[in-house]
Ligand binder design. Structure first.
Ligand SMILES: Nc1ncnc2c1ncn2[C@@H]1O[C@H](COP(=O)(O)OP(=O)(O)OP(=O)(O)O)[C@@H](O)[C@H]1O
Length: 302
């Protein structure tokens, strides 16, 4: 069945510079109907610029994008793309129950407002002015707006940031349901749980380039670094653990295998106290991965 899925998005050798900054640098990717792709990367990695190129909001310096065969800025492609912008700017004085039909009116076959209401948990918000909504409520409305045109592909920017876990889970279910109806979804997020829950495939970018592309499980394993930290005196003037650095009176090191690192530390006989093993932030994990790949490149060159 998966063999017959159509290609939805096709980007080849995309590049976009701002002055000397290569915001997107030779990126190629393609997606299939019903696929959920997550784009991860630290701040400034190029996620927004890449999304803008893929949706036709910006023109690339080089490369091509096709949305079901059409340029993304064409009317046909624009009618097929659903989008939650990064800075949700909804008309503040419109009530939600006015806003959704207003968005729907731009499309030939819109999603019925009642369906949008139940999928995106908007019961109780319909009579509120968009300008009076909390950040989390606004996100739910923005998500509903992205799906109002029954798009073939949807770009969701941090779709559940700032929501409580119950609302997150409910929206994840709605997003998955859209994918089951063959909508191709591309999301940018910093939330590894969201990636694990939703994504079929993950692209990690940094400095505009694709750093790695894999299944969420494998990316999580690669990026699932732990931050080991403890107090101890230096050993003969050196760090008491390979790679550890001093931060606020503690030794800190990011490790790929936390259990193994603790075993190594105990075995080394270092007198440590106040040991902590915590998940490293996604950004830190990506940067560690980047450093590792740069080191590996150097190793193969020299
Ligand atoms: N309009 C612009 N003018 C100049 N530089 C820009 C512009 N937009 C983006 N950049 C630069 O391009 C690079 C990529 O930015 P981009 O916003 O795409 O990253 P991002 O991954 O979306 O970041 P964040 O997670 O912080 O939103 C950054 O170095 C940024 O400063």
């Amino acid at each position: 069945m998966t063999q017959s899925r159509r290609t939805v998005l096709e980007a080849e050798n995309l590049a976009k510079h701002f002055g000397k900054t290569a915001a997107v640098n030779d990126v190629s990717l393609s997606t299939k109907e019903g696929e959920i792709l997550a784009i991860l990367g630290p701040n400034g990695a190029g996620k927004t610029t890449l999304t803008e190129l893929l949706t036709g909001l910006r023109q690339p310096d080089k490369g091509t994008v096709r949305v079901l065969g059409d340029p993304p800025s064409s009317m046909r492609a624009r009618n097929r793309i659903g989008l939650t912008p990064q800075n949700v700017a909804l008309p503040k004085t419109l009530k939600v129950k006015e806003l959704l039909p207003y968005v729907a009116a731009h499309f030939d076959t819109p999603l019925p407002v009642d369906l949008a209401k139940s999928w995106f948990l908007l019961d109780g918000l319909m009579d509120r002015n968009a300008g009076d909504l909390s950040g989390g409520q606004m996100r739910r409305v923005a998500l509903a707006a992205a799906f109002m045109g029954q798009p073939k592909l949807a770009f969701l920017d941090e779709p559940t940031t700032g929501l409580d876990i119950q609302a997150k889970r409910a929206l994840w279910k709605s997003i998955r349901a859209a994918a089951h109806r063959n909508v191709q979804i591309t999301l940018t997020t910093h939330d590894l749980d969201e990636v694990q829950e939703l994504a079929d495939r993950v692209i990690v970018i940094n400095r505009g380039r694709i750093l790695l592309e894999d299944s969420p499980d494998r990316v999580r394993r690669r990026l699932g670094h732990r931050r080991l930290s403890f107090r101890s005196a230096p050993v003969n003037g050196d760090a008491p653990f390979p790679g550890a650095v001093q931060e606020a009176g503690r030794w800190v090191v990011d490790v790929a295998d936390g259990d193994q690192a603790v075993r190594d530390l105990v075995r080394s006989g270092v007198a440590f106290e106040d040991l902590e093993l915590a998940p490293a932030s996604l950004e830190d994990a990506i940067l560690a991965e980047l450093e590792r790949s740069e080191q590996a490149d150097k190793g193969t060159v020299s």
